[in-house]
Ligand binder design. Sequence first.
Ligand SMILES: [Zn+2]
Ligand SMILES: [Zn+2]
Length: 248
Amino acid sequence: MIVIGAGVEQPIDPAEDELGRDRIGYGPTMSPMALYDATHGTWHLGERAQRERFALITHDGRGVLAVAIDRVEPATTGRQSSGRSVIHGEILTTGHPMHDAYVGAPSPIPPQRNPIGYFNAPEEQTVCACGCDEPIPAGKHFASGHDQTALHERVRQLGGVVDFIAWFDRTHGYWPDINVIYEPVSLKDGGPTGAPARARHRLGCSHFFLDKDGRIINRPRLATAKEMTSLRPCKSCQDASAKAATRK
Ligand SMILES: [Zn+2]
Ligand SMILES: [Zn+2]
C-alpha cells in the first residue's frame, strides 16, 4: 500500500492548485470526505503506485484515512502536466480490514523525509489456493495460471476429460437449469424467515407457496455460484429437467 504522510492543514490558492482546492493537508476536525479531498493529491508517485491497491494517509505518525485505490492519474494544470498524480478511490470505513488495522494506529513505516512511502501489509496478501503457498494479492484465489494447472492435474488423475465429466455427473449431477432459489418465507405473513434456502429448483416448478389470493409469496431468484455448489437440486425438479432433456 501507498503510505502518504500529510502535513498539517494549510490554505492554498485554488487558482494555483491542480485540483482547484482551497486547502490541503490534515485537520483534526475534517470529515473523512474532506480529508480525502485535501490529501488524495497531488503527489510525485513512482511506477509502483500504479500496482498498489490501497493508500493510507498518515499524519504525525498515525494513520488517519484508508482508501481502496480505483486508479492513479496524472494531475494536469491546463495543457501542462506537473508530473504529479492524484489517487482516486473509495474511503474505507470500520469493518474493512485495512481501515481497522491502520486508521488510528501508528504508521506502519518509520518517519521519513519523503511524504510517499510503501508498505507490504499482511492484510493485502493471501496464498494461492492450489497449495503452492505462493503469496498473491488478497481478493484473488490463484497465482496466474495455477488454476488451470490445478484443474488439469485433477482431470488427468481421472484419466481425461471424458472420465472427469462422467465422475462429476455421477457424484454431483449436472443440473445447470436447476438454478433458482425460493427464499424461505413465513406462511403466516409471507415475510422472509431469514433462514437459508435448502434446495435449488428449476424455474417453473411449483415448489413455492401462494397466498389466499393466489399470489406467489416466495419470489424466485437466480441461485448464486456458491448456492449452485452448496445446495442440492430438488428431486422432482431433477425429474422435470430430465424429461425436458429427452423431449429436445
Ligand atoms: Zn499456486
Ligand atoms: Zn422444485
